[in-house]
Write a protein that binds this ligand. Structure first.
Ligand code: ZN
Length: 93
């Protein structure tokens, strides 16, 4: 498991792209101050999945911040980035 945040985005993107190789062309990541990563999938036709998914390291356990403050997560946003399936290999190394 990569430790730094950009590495974690790429690692997570790789897992999702290999799970949905035909459908997902990109991912929009939102990093919160509690360490959770929220993301939307972007489909090949350009539509953004309205479902907000959450990734959190299993070793960190459930996130109390997100359980209590789920509605206001945008206010705790540290960083957002988009990773595209066609280009993410080029970022490596
Ligand atoms: Zn959280």
């Amino acid at each position: 498991m990569p430790a730094t945040q950009p590495d974690k985005h790429l690692w997570l993107a790789e897992q999702i792209f290999s799970a949905f190789p035909q459908d997902v062309s990109g991912l929009k990541f939102f990093t919160l101050d509690c360490g959770c990563i929220y993301f939307h999938r972007v489909f090949r036709d350009g539509l953004i999945d309205p479902t907000l998914s959450v990734y959190r390291d299993a070793k960190d356990g459930p996130c109390e911040m997100c359980m209590c403050l789920k509605e206001g997560w945008e206010g705790r946003l540290l960083d957002e980035c988009v990773v595209y399936n066609s280009g993410f290999q080029m970022v490596d190394g």
